[in-house]
Design a protein around this ligand. Structure first.
Ligand code: MG
Length: 157
């Protein structure tokens, strides 16, 4: 069994689409990033790579590489899953905590979980997903962002 943790954070800015766990979220701002900025998929992918003893997400998919510009983050996740399978691992459990003061994310839990289950090929009861706020103590109103923490467990194939 292998366990690893990671996190990611991106700023929220106007003029970008907001995608979390691959699901479009209605909001007047989206996450700024070289790819689509999906912090949930980035944190998850990086934790999976770490658990598998693989190079981190920034090393495998550098944000200086035009090939990854505006790329859907599900691509990074699927590449990481392939690499894990090649090393003889499968995902056993995933625990994700999104940290955001805006927007309200609970209405999207069901959709996000379904999509993660599809991408990971993992039953929904092996995936935990929730959101917390910082009460304005970490993210400020004039400088918002979204963060995600990911904990993953791998087992041998
Ligand atoms: Mg990122």
């Amino acid at each position: 069994m292998k366990i690893a943790f990671s996190f990611d954070v991106h700023p929220l800015v106007r003029g970008r689409r907001l995608l979390l766990a691959g699901i479009p979220i209605e909001h007047d701002k989206g996450l700024l990033g070289h790819s689509d900025g999906d912090v949930v998929l980035h944190a998850l992918t990086d934790a999976l790579l770490s658990a598998g003893g693989l190079p981190d997400i920034g090393t495998l998919f550098p944000d200086t590489d035009p090939a990854f510009k505006d790329r859907e983050s599900s691509f990074f996740l699927l590449v990481a899953l392939n690499k894990l399978h090649e090393k003889g691992y499968k995902v056993d459990q995933v625990d994700l905590t999104i940290v955001a003061d805006e927007p309200k994310l609970s209405p999207y839990y069901v959709k996000m979980k379904k999509n993660l289950s599809r991408l990971l090929n993992l039953p929904e009861d092996r995936i935990s997903l929730k959101a917390r706020t910082t009460e304005g103590l970490i993210f400020q109103k004039d400088n918002p962002g979204i963060m995600c923490f990911a904990l993953v467990v791998l087992t041998s194939l």
